[in-house]
Design a binder for this molecule. Structure first.
Ligand code: BGC
Length: 413
């Protein structure tokens, strides 16, 4: 009888998707910077309040490259974690391998289909089944500017390439590093995709979504690489290998003029008690207004023992809760993964992020981020990273880089 009651009880938990005491999740993630850790804390606390314990497995490395390598090793050795932060095509790759749990039960009960935008569902569902719970939407074509430096330079936000270059020259004249950058492949690629987008949304789509060899290897791509060479001239000598949050700190501490980075950078500014519009300015990369390159952090649940399923479903449910979505994303710098969360609690940059996302989506100007795994599977992404980084470091001319993009992408497809 007691056994029967236990079984009935656990199936009720399964059905309700809510867990109480003694459940726990082991969570692999790469949220290790100050701003990221503060956002993670919101999630951890939320789950704790619901009686779900948390075993933390942080794997440092922006963009998640290192986390994905370690995850692969763990799964291969038969030790998958319960929940993993994942982005874009990586989620679909794991689903294809049959490694992920099915979240349909909780998704149906909570009506996720109606409130999570189609652009995200493309990565949260596999063969019609929910396999991940999106926690946010980030976008990558942002610039984070030190307000004092901008004011000294005349106060005008650059709206095109020439104005951007003029502003960077003025920053140099002020004796600060014009561009705060960390020389890591994913950061180079993040900057590069904004440059490509600024040369046209059609061009971005042809190059990174369609992988059209004519766009990958053509004159416009050469121009994009020329612009990277120009931007490289505004980076300080110690940029190589620098973590993205240390680059953000340079802008925060008045040592650099601006950083090209996704809106997770805002988390660092907020953590340092900086206020948008007063201490820093957020704007879209010049020439990309109206368009958005996005990435969405999702939690994928691995198939582990049945006893973990209630906690996995409870975590997925907690992540999609609208109140949590507002609380978390306000700290993280991202915007909600649901369309029904009001922008009330968000600062000016967050409100802009929400508005830009919905307008870009309505106008066909919303694209998956190449640098953050939302345009192509990892093999193609890494092939592009490699060419972009070698060109940025002066190992390839613009012409050779464009030609190599074509061959590297063809080989990786
Ligand atoms: C993730 C963000 C994270 C950033 C830097 C991106 O790929 O989507 O959540 O803050 O990498 O680590």
């Amino acid at each position: 009888m007691r056994v029967l009651r236990a079984i009935t009880c656990s199936s009720m938990l399964l059905l309700s998707g809510v867990s109480h005491a003694a459940e726990s999740v082991e969570v692999v993630h790469w949220w290790t910077s100050g701003g990221e850790a503060a956002a993670l804390q919101v999630l951890k606390k939320d789950l704790e309040a619901k009686g779900i314990g948390w075993t933390d497995v942080p794997i440092a490395g922006g963009g998640g490259t290192e986390a994905m390598t370690i995850l692969r090793a763990r799964v291969t050795s038969g030790n998958p974690p319960t929940a993993v932060q994942m982005i874009g095509f990586d989620i679909l790759d794991w689903a294809k391998e049959g490694a992920l749990s099915n979240l349909d039960q909780v998704a149906a009960k909570e009506g996720w289909d109606k409130v999570i935008p189609g652009a995200l569902q493309k990565f949260s569902k596999y063969e019609g089944h929910w396999i991940a719970a999106p926690v946010n939407v980030h976008s990558t074509n942002w610039v984070w500017i030190n307000k004092e430096a901008l004011d000294k330079a005349g106060g005008k936000e650059p709206t095109n390439w020439d104005e951007l270059v003029a502003l960077l020259d003025k920053f140099r004249a002020q004796g600060i590093s014009p561009v705060a950058h960390g020389g890591q492949p994913w950061q180079d690629a993040t900057m590069f995709e904004a440059v490509v987008l600024s040369l046209g949304t059609d061009f971005y789509k042809q190059a990174f979504i369609d992988l059209d060899p004519a766009a990958l290897g053509g004159d416009k791509m050469k121009e994009a690489f020329d612009r990277m060479t120009k931007l490289r001239s505004y980076v300080d000598d110690n940029f190589s290998g620098r973590d993205w949050n240390l680059a953000s700190a340079m802008v925060i501490e008045n040592k650099a003029g601006l950083q090209f980075m996704g809106d997770w950078a805002k988390g660092e500014f907020l953590r340092a008690n900086k206020v948008p519009g007063k201490d820093f300015v957020c704007m879209r990369f010049p020439g990309t207004q109206g368009a958005v390159t996005f990435n969405s952090d999702q939690f994928a649940m691995f198939k582990v023992s049945d006893s973990k399923v209630p906690a996995q479903l409870a975590m997925a449910s907690a992540v999609e809760n609208p109140t949590f979505q507002a609380a978390f994303n306000v700290v993280k710098g991202s915007v909600p993964a649901r369309t029904d969360v009001p922008d009330t609690d968000f600062d000016a940059c967050g409100k802009k992020g929400i508005k830009d996302l919905s307008e870009a989506s309505a106008n066909g100007r919303l694209f998956g981020s190449m640098a953050h795994g939302h345009a192509n599977p990892a093999a193609v992404k890494n092939a592009i990273y490699d060419v972009v980084t070698r060109q940025f470091n002066g190992e390839l001319s613009s012409e050779d880089a464009a030609a190599e993009l074509v061959t590297a992408v063809a080989a990786a497809k």
